[in-house]
Write a protein that binds this ligand. Structure first.
Ligand code: ATP
Length: 894
């Protein structure tokens, strides 16, 4: 089909010139909405609108008091305080949203860095996608993204998914003019940026890059998909809605109750002006209850946690592509992993050869050797980058190992390849497990030769003869020997073709006189960190299953090396792809939990396994690197693609494991679980404050006095519990400890029974303490907290400003200490364990200093007066009991 042209590609100087002339291969991002516009959008939030309304009401009252009642200008402090609080809250949450947004953008950019195989200066090498220039010679393989618009120079069985541009999922592409599709949107010998190779491979010359490409014209950059609501999001939405409804009901109760009370107290003559002022202030209290109760911080906590987790996960080599995957990973109960590259290093090297026609296994000038070496060089899609000190493999690692072996024998595969003309090629497919190529031979001029390589038992099955007349039993015994050493085996065969020979029909080799040459055993050692990572997953209650294209013996040995497989496992725990396919759905259902290894598996076996596991109620994570793994990756709850897997696999997946290693998958589980727990901590903290604050204001409203907490005070409390707590708890580091628990149930409600008890118990306790104090302060004149020991209660006389300062500070300090408890929740550790919690400590400090400043200098605005040092010490000391009780509880549980 194609003569291997001698393509040299561009020189570094030509690359530079082209870049200056045609630009870089980067799409200009769409114009961003200006920041001020985004900030203003925040004011569309119903809560902010309500707050603004409250601010204006307060301003109205202040104006009435100032102009109508001739009060002094300090009456304006409260409305000013409200506006400041609104700007502070919206400003802060806006800032953090922007930060999170930035993180996502950084993650999206990784796409531009994907390596692309190019020929430059006569050598095949890899450069980042963004470095491709017009005129570059690019090599494309199955599953790869097309990096720029290009014209085909050579192509073999090329099909391209152009759905991103034309909606066409499978376009045949070719260099043969007679096969051109006249009706196709784009010429048949052109490939376009942003589309993908679904089948075959090609070499092409770049004609346009960046914005000049068709893709650049319609600009649609790959984005992290955050549109799909995660199960957690949905749960939190429901929770948020429920709390909102309750808070509206409480607000209404306050409004109606206090208005009724006003009329009861003012029977006879009603001063409507006074009533309006009183109504407005009640209205503001009601509004504040809503503002305090509605967990605006919740979405922010989730976004912050996700952004933080995603960034940290990237550091541990997990690139999250779909946001929900972060948390779903935490609920995973089964991981179906493939072997090559994930459990093993993917550093393949030929460690033994067994060619039956060669007595000493050394290459000589014999015909047998000619067929072996030419077959190895031409029946292959890999290339070597020979520009560095050591040759490195580009493309398929198995084939690369064979080219490296040729190189070690002093043979240049490029010469062997260059001397042949490829007539037909049947690419390697996991389903078939072999690859075949027909060439006009260079070693045997004038001869047409069919070369086949693949799984030895399958290739041998296609052969009529074997070199050296070796029988099948000998071959099988040798194969088993290699496999027991965890080696990957590859058999080779050839046939010299006559003109009328039928060779490949329906994508299958049907040649009748194939001769089996022998085989190579390729070693690919287990990654050093995998056994421990597997152990970690097993002790975290996560089952691990190997699904591999390799043989049962090799997979079993790898399983043994990583601690997944032992003598105690019965034959029931291992199955081959064809056996698995033969089982009925019911049999699979009954056996699937027990299965540990599926060997010689095909992609559809993987999909069926995932589906059955899901039917059994498992949360399944599955790894895959090939284009045909896409269905399984899509079906799984979390699809994990490999960093050097194909773009198609990556696109179908939810997370890309950048370093391909199984241990990174373990890290992802840890992050997922930690993320969930951080959100639980935030909810625990916030709901406790909610219960306490709402009850205090509600009770205060019906005790007939001023609200014990003023509007501006409550807004500060809101800032603490929403923004600050979200920041503090969302950024807590993950704990290794989570890997000792069982996976959570995917459908389980995020507020578990312990949290429920904590929220109601602690919230009620805080409420009783505060309302008790309100009662005492109302019935006695307290000027220092030491008075509490000697005081006698008299008639109700309202709350002085000093007393309000006490209540406010005690309330805030109770929350302050409770933040420690929330932080320690589920850690099984002391709340004073601060390793890696700098952010958390900083926020505690901000709260403490903030409260001190507000009380000392907040005056009229916060209805406070400065508190003496003794009182501060008393408040801090006595409220800290919250954390001490928590410590004792945690100690007892330990
Ligand atoms: P895993 O699915 O765990 O990554 P795997 O890579 O061994 O396992 P496959 O890629 O399906 O699975 O390979 C199955 C068998 O096919 C290999 O054991 C080998 O004998 C043969 N094989 C692999 N790659 C090629 C190739 N490029 N050309 C010919 N035969 C191959």
């Amino acid at each position: 089909m194609s003569q291997h042209q001698h393509l040299t590609g561009l020189t570094p100087q030509e690359v530079e010139e082209s870049r200056i002339k045609h630009g870089a291969n980067i799409l200009t991002p769409p114009k961003r909405t200006p920041l001020w516009k985004l900030f203003l959008e925040k004011f569309g939030d119903p809560i902010i609108i309500i707050l603004l309304l409250a601010g204006f009401c307060s301003l109205g009252i202040a104006a009435y008091e100032y102009f109508g009642l001739q009060h002094d200008s300090t009456v304006f402090f409260e409305p000013v305080g409200i506006f400041v609080a609104i700007f502070l809250a919206t400003g802060l949450s806006f800032y953090f949203e922007q930060q999170a947004d930035k993180e996502f953008k950084i993650l999206n950019q990784v796409n531009d860095e994907e390596p692309v195989r190019v020929i430059r200066e006569g050598n095949t090498t890899e450069v980042p996608k963004c470095d491709i220039v017009v005129g570059d010679i690019v090599m494309l393989g199955t599953g790869e993204d097309i990096p720029a618009d290009a014209e085909l120079l050579e192509s073999t069985h090329l099909s391209v998914d152009e759905s991103t541009l034309t909606g066409e999922p499978l376009c045949r592409k070719t260099t043969v003019p007679e096969e051109f599709d006249e009706e196709a949107t784009f010429p048949s010998n052109h490939v376009l940026r942003g589309t993908k190779v679904m089948e075959g491979h090609a070499i092409c010359r770049v004609t346009a890059v960046g914005d000049a490409t068709e893709n650049g014209k319609v600009l649609e950059a790959a984005q992290i998909d955050d549109s799909v609501k995660t199960p957690l999001n949905e749960q939190l939405d429901r929770l948020g809605k429920l709390i909102t409804k309750i808070s509206y009901a409480i607000a209404l109760l306050i409004l109606v109750g206090r208005t009724a009370l006003y009329f009861v107290n003012h029977t006879g003559s009603i001063d409507w002006l006074d009533f309006t002022a009183s109504f407005l202030s009640t209205f503001m209290v009601a509004v504040t209850v809503i503002v305090v109760a509605v967990p605006e911080g919740l979405p922010m906590a989730v976004t912050l946690s996700l952004a933080y987790s995603m960034r940290r996960m990237l550091k541990s080599n997990n690139l999250v592509r779909k946001m929900h995957a972060c948390e779903t990973m935490g609920a995973t109960t089964v991981i179906c992993t493939d072997k090559t590259g994930t459990l093993t290093q993917n550093q393949m090297s030929v460690s033994e050869t067994q060619f039956y026609g060669l007595a000493t296994q050394t290459l000589d000038n014999s015909d047998e050797c000619g067929f072996i070496t030419e077959g190895m060089a031409v029946n292959s899609t890999a290339t070597l980058d020979l520009s560095g000190e050591k040759p490195s493999v580009l493309g398929n690692p198995t084939e690369g190992a064979i080219l490296l072996w040729l190189h070690s024998q002093g043979l240049d595969y490029r010469t062997l390849r260059g001397n042949t003309t490829t007539l037909e090629e049947l690419p390697f497919a996991t389903e078939r497990k072999y690859m075949a190529t027909i060439v006009e031979s260079g070693v045997f001029p004038g001869k047409k030769v069919l070369y086949v390589k693949g799984a030895p038992e399958i290739v041998h099955g296609l052969c009529a003869t074997t070199s050296g007349n070796v029988d099948k039993a000998t071959l099988d015994a040798q194969l088993l020997g290699y496999q027991r050493k965890a080696m990957r085996t590859l058999g080779f065969a050839y046939q010299i073709l006559n003109d009328d020979d039928v060779t490949i029909v329906d994508q299958k080799v049907v040649a009748e006189r194939l001769n089996f040459l022998g085989m190579v055993a390729i070693s690919d050692p287990v990654r050093a960190d995998v056994p421990q990572a597997v152990q970690e997953c097993l002790s975290a209650g996560i089952d691990v299953k190997i699904v591999t294209g390799d043989t049962a013996a090799t997979a079993g040995e790898i399983g043994r090396q990583i601690g997944l497989w032992g003598d105690h496992h019965s034959d029931h725990a291992i199955i081959t792809g064809p056996e698995f396919e033969a089982l009925t759905d019911e049999e699979v259902y009954n056996r699937v939990d027990e299965l540990k290894i599926i060997a010689r598996a095909r992609p559809l076996d993987k999909k069926r396994l995932v589906e059955t596991l899901q039917k059994r109620g498992h949360v399944v994570a599955v790894t895959g690197d090939g284009t045909n793994d896409a269905p399984a990756l899509k079906t799984a709850h979390v699809g994990l693609s490999m960093g050097d897997g194909t773009s198609v696999a990556k696109e179908a997946s939810d997370i890309t494991i950048v370093d391909n290693s199984f241990s990174s998958i373990g890290r992802a589980v840890m992050w997922g679980r930690s993320l969930y727990q951080n959100i639980q901590r935030f909810i625990l903290f916030q709901m406790t404050v909610n219960v306490a604050a709402c009850c205090v204001v509600l009770a205060g409203a019906f005790m007939g006095t001023d609200s014990p907490l003023t509007v501006t005070q409550m807004l500060w409390v809101n800032l603490i519990m929403d923004t600050f707590a979200a920041m503090a708890l969302a950024s807590l580091p993950p704990s290794e400890g989570v890997m000792k628990d069982r996976p959570r149930h995917r459908e389980a409600f995020i507020i578990d029974s312990t949290m429920k008890r904590g929220i109601i118990g602690t919230g009620a306790l805080f409420f009783l303490i505060l309302i008790g104090l309100v009662y005492v302060f109302e019935h006695a004149d307290v000027t220092s907290l030491t008075d509490l020991c000697t005081l006698t209660l008299g008639g109700a006389e309202g709350l002085s400003r000093t007393e309000k300062s006490y209540i406010f500070t005690i309330f805030v300090m109770l929350q302050f200490w409770n933040l420690f408890n929330a932080r320690a929740y589920l850690t099984g550790r002391s709340a004073f364990h601060f390793k890696g919690c700098q952010g958390f400590l900083l926020i505690l400090l901000v709260i403490l200093i903030g409260q001190f400043f507000i009380v000392s200098f907040g005056g009229q605005m916060f209805s406070v007066t400065p508190i003496s040092i003794t009182d501060w010490a008393l408040i801090i000391g006595s409220t800290s009991i919250v954390v001490w009780v928590g410590e004792i509880y945690r100690f007892l549980r330990r």
